[in-house]
Design a protein around this ligand. Structure first.
Ligand code: NDP
Length: 472
């Protein structure tokens, strides 16, 4: 008998936890996984929730177990597997059933899937989910793209399973077609920048101030009670305080300094470049991950080039205080850039993205959740059309307070050869953004010199050419 109200395909880390979350919220859920052993494992571990779980060995049984019109969440590896799942499901589903791709899809694939499913009678939703394993189980942040009418149909279950910030669900419809997956991509891009800047600050503490991991953990713990309060700062404090059982040393000291990436950071950068909106902090973070992966080359370079001689350093507490300020200022850059990229995409794709709502649904459940996001939500509510977060009273004020800290850290790091690419890019961004008279007048002149591209003048309309090389 078809008693399930919703289905989940894919019982990996995210799908399994999402399905349990759905059952936990009183919904009957049907589940299916390509590899049947995983489905059996899932069913065996469902415990008290078993009554609300129908584990299916075949896709046919799975579809038959859900009451029409069926909402079906696909939570499998992004890319080709999603297309394969849709192709397999399509002949089994009926008109008005909703396919929800909840993986980390490239929003351009999501747009294509919307087009491909047009006229099929099926409804499609591209849904970004953030929060990792724990979020999926206890309440993630959910970013929905598709027809608003389709969202209305699944809103009760999605808001029920989402994280709550002071009682408000962290799930929302953000716009048509690829809007949800685009916003999730930028969320991840910002996450890259956040993590990179925290790692840079850790690097300054470790390599400049010679602080050990437990001492750094105490600094991050203290920060988590102030304006830097966020999930990533909390877990950093925790990570730094954990000892390795095998060696008795801080576990962070035993971990290889090379981090992987799956694509969302890179996509954020590609899309920002395509739209001509700089996202330099995200770009620096993505590049830093790529450089981190070049371990052998870095070791060879250190041998050949050496490290710069350490300069006299300031009082440790002064540096630590500045590091906190630098992190805050760097965060303003990363978020200002991420939101500016979303504003441009909103225009380009006609999504009408609700910036304040995006900040609101990122306040809990997701990896970048923080006190800071509550302030961003307020800033966008008060200034919905502001082109850059840095121009709002709250964030221009915050920049004024933290600017010198960022400046001193970037300068000190540069003098000591300590890499702080994301923080430095944040500073470069603000220094460029805040200067009314820039230097592109010279670039216009150079372009005209070698390519006759022409230039505009401050004191006259129209296109002009220079008297280069004695010509007039
Ligand atoms: P896992 O690696 O834990 O699980 C992958 C799932 O995809 C398995 O169920 C696997 O089935 C299935 N799968 C892989 N290839 C195919 C295929 N060709 N056809 C059908 N099913 C296939 O992944 P996650 O749960 O971590 O990730 C799932 C999605 O969620 C991804 O898009 C990921 O980017 C996204 N995501 C992940 C987060 C995380 O923190 N892990 C956070 C937010 C989003 P099988 O058992 O048969 O191999």
């Amino acid at each position: 008998m078809a008693e399930a109200e919703i289905g989940v395909i894919g019982l990996g880390v995210m799908g399994a936890n999402l399905a349990l979350n759905i059952a936990d919220n009183g919904y009957h859920v049907a589940v299916y996984n390509r590899t049947a052993a995983r489905t059996e494992e899932f069913a065996a571990a469902a415990g008290d929730l078993s009554d609300r779980v129908t584990a299916c060995a075949t896709l046919e049984d799975f579809v038959a177990a859900i009451r029409p019109p069926r909402p079906v969440i696909i939570m499998v590896k992004a890319g080709e597997p999603v297309d394969q799942q849709i192709a397999a499901l399509k002949p089994l589903l009926a008109a008005n059933d909703i396919i929800i791709d909840a993986g980390n899809a490239n929003f351009r694939d999501t747009m294509r899937r919307f087009t491909e499913l047009e006229g099929s009678g099926l409804t499609f939703i591209g849904m970004g989910v953030s929060g990792g394993e724990e979020g999926a189980r206890r309440g993630p942040s959910i970013m929905v793209g598709g027809k608003e009418e389709a969202w209305r149909r699944v809103e009760p279950v999605l808001t029920a399973i989402s994280a709550k910030y002071q009682g408000e669900p962290c799930a929302a419809w953000l716009g048509e077609n690829g809007a949800g997956h685009f916003v999730k991509t930028i969320h991840n891009g910002i996450e890259y920048a956040d993590m990179q800047m925290i790692a840079e600050v850790y690097g300054v503490m470790r390599d400049h101030l010679s602080m050990d991991a437990p001492t750094m953990a105490a600094v991050f713990s203290a920060w988590s009670t102030g304006p830097l309060d966020s999930y990533l700062i909390d877990i950093t404090a925790e990570v730094l305080s954990v000892q390795d059982a095998a060696t008795g040393r801080p576990i962070v000291d035993m971990i290889v300094d090379a981090a992987g990436q799956k694509g969302t950071g890179r996509w954020s950068v590609i899309e920002s470049q395509m739209m001509g909106v700089p996202a330099t902090a995200i770009e620096a973070a993505v590049a830093a991950r790529s450089l981190s992966a070049m371990r052998a080359q870095r070791a060879q370079a250190e041998k050949l080039l050496g490290l710069p001689r350490q300069q006299d350093r300031r009082d440790d507490q002064q540096v630590v205080d500045d590091l906190g300020k630098a992190l805050l200022a760097g965060k303003v850059a990363a978020y200002a850039q991420g939101f500016a990229v979303m504003a441009a995409a909103s225009q380009e794709f006609g999504w009408n993205l609700p910036m304040a709502t995006i900040a609101r649904i990122w306040r809990a459940g997701c990896i970048i959740r923080s006190r800071f996001l509550d302030e961003i939500a307020t800033a966008f509510t008060e200034n919905p059309d502001v082109p850059n977060l840095a121009l709002t009273p709250a964030f221009s004020g915050l920049l004024a307070e933290t600017d010198m800290g960022l400046r001193r850290i970037v300068a000190e790091a540069a003098l000591n050869g300590l890499p702080v690419p994301a923080l430095a890019s944040a500073l470069g961004y603000f220094d460029t953004y805040r200067r009314g008279r820039g230097t592109a007048n010279l670039i216009q002149a150079q372009r005209d010199f070698f390519g006759a591209h022409g230039f505009e003048r401050l004191d006259a309309q129209g296109e002009h050419h220079g008297p280069w090389g004695g010509q007039s």
